[in-house]
Ligand binder design. Structure first.
Ligand SMILES: Nc1ncnc2c1ncn2[C@@H]1O[C@H](COP(=O)(O)OP(=O)(O)OP(=O)(O)O)[C@@H](O)[C@H]1O
Ligand SMILES: [Mg+2]
Length: 406
């Protein structure tokens, strides 16, 4: 084979690479999540009959596929004709402002579905008037539909009150058209407390009054606790689903099925090697799968390709997936992360971490809180602490070794 042929073959192969390593990127095969997809389908089907059910909240470590699944739900809702709105929690003050604004704008945009290609009924007119008031209040924008903003509805500037009035006034129009307003909220742990409390309380009220409104959420393992802290009844309000690593059969499918479509196969030991190294974590499966595809000399992925793929994949993870979180940590916070890494992957005792650092537990609470705020660690229970990122322990140890060399 000439060099040009080889380059062309390489390009073609790269072009056909089916794997999708990256935040929120839809995988070529959404494996192991059928129970959640079915649960959301049921929610949609029940709403069609005017029945309400508990909405879903996904929680889990970084890179397990929460955003992908949330997007899948959104697509299901969208094709059922729902009004869908997407927002994401952000920690900074400006981020919180942006989230409110985005919420209002997206609601205004989604509400257009109520009158597009239809006669304006009085229910729709009333709904749009309140949407307009809400969007002027929080979105800082007008509203293209020719209705007057309602006065005295959704215009107090207090998010909890205004959101409730908005949903109440939208309900008749939504019912008329058999639609539901659905707010999809990613990174729930970073949502500002007032907005989080408002969403929970309006969801609660919607259940009692049969308003067609659902909040569907996703976030870190701390999310169920954070929701309950915001409003104690939140515990019973949602169907909490832990999204985790995939069992080995599903993990193998995530690699094999996309390759199969292009006539590419994995040798059994190559497959086992990658599935083992990934520990069933979707982000790692996509990263290693992608590298293996690029390394393979022909339509067969061998053990040697798999070994090379893990090495190349780890180098990519070390320059992309992990370091963002490490870089945002201060020296004291890094010391804390390193002290945690003496434990096997999983949880650490905060008391033991402190004693490894040679200080009383209280002295570490600032670093610990800051790391929680940055979404790098979470407290699975009182006195315990864990990384939010799978395989973070090994990365931290590699990093600590590098820092010693420097
Ligand atoms: N069910 C799945 N099967 C195979 N791969 C998946 C699956 N779900 C997600 N992935 C892949 O995993 C990676 C991470 O997905 P995603 O961004 O949704 O994770 P996440 O849980 O939202 O992470 P984070 O907490 O960092 O936001 C992506 O590359 C995606 O393609
Ligand atoms: Mg995500």
């Amino acid at each position: 084979m000439s060099t040009t042929d080889r380059i062309r073959l390489g390009e073609m192969r790269a072009e056909l690479n089916p794997y999708a390593p990256g935040a929120g990127l839809r995988p070529p095969e959404l494996v192991g999540r059928q129970p959640e997809v079915d649960a959301f389908d049921l929610l949609v089907a029940r709403s069609r009959r005017g029945q309400t059910s508990r909405s879903l909240v996904l929680h889990g470590l970084r890179g397990v596929g929460k955003t992908v699944l949330l997007n899948q739900f959104r697509a299901q809702a969208d094709s059922a004709g729902w009004l869908v709105v997407d927002v994401e929690g952000q920690t900074s003050d400006s981020g919180q402002q942006t989230t409110r604004r985005r919420l209002a704008r997206e609601i205004a945009l989604a509400a257009r579905r109520l009158h597009r290609g239809r006669a304006l009924t009085s229910a729709v007119r009333d709904a749009l008037a309140t949407v307009k008031a809400f969007s002027v209040q929080f979105g800082g924008m007008g509203f293209s539909v020719d209705v007057e903003a309602s006065v005295g509805r959704a215009d107090t500037g207090v998010i909890e009150i205004d959101l409730e009035e908005l949903v109440e006034d939208l309900a008749p129009a939504l019912r008329e058209q058999q639609r539901v307003l659905a707010l999809f909220v990613d990174e729930l742990q970073d949502l500002e407390p007032a907005l989080l409390a408002a969403l929970i309380s309006v969801q609660h009220r919607a259940g009692q009054r049969e308003w067609p409104f659902v909040v569907v959420g996703a976030g870190l393992p701390s999310v169920p606790g954070a929701l309950t802290t915001a409003k104690s009844y939140a515990e019973r309000l949602f169907d909490y689903r832990e999204i985790g690593s995939l069992p080995s059969g599903a993990a193998a499918d995530a690699l094999v099925l996309p390759a199969q479509r292009s006539g590419v196969t994995f040798d059994p030991d190559a497959l086992d090697t990658i599935v083992d190294a990934a520990g069933g974590y979707p982000y790692f499966l996509q990263t290693y799968g992608s590298a293996a595809w690029d390394l393979a000399a022909d339509k067969r992925i061998t053990r040697a390709d798999a070994d090379g793929a893990i090495e190349r994949g780890n180098a990519e993870l070390d320059s992309g997936f992990f370091p963002g979180r490490w870089a945002s940590a201060t020296p004291a916070e890094r010391q804390y992360l390193v002290a945690m890494s003496d434990d096997p992957e999983g949880e650490s005792s905060t008391g033991e971490v402190a004693s490894r650092l040679g200080v009383p537990a209280k002295a570490t609470s600032q670093a610990r809180q800051a790391l929680i705020g940055k979404g790098i660690v979470f407290a699975p229970q009182r006195g315990r602490i864990a990384y939010t990122v799978p395989h973070m322990r090994a990365f931290v140890r590699r990093q600590a070794d590098l820092d010693l060399v420097d």
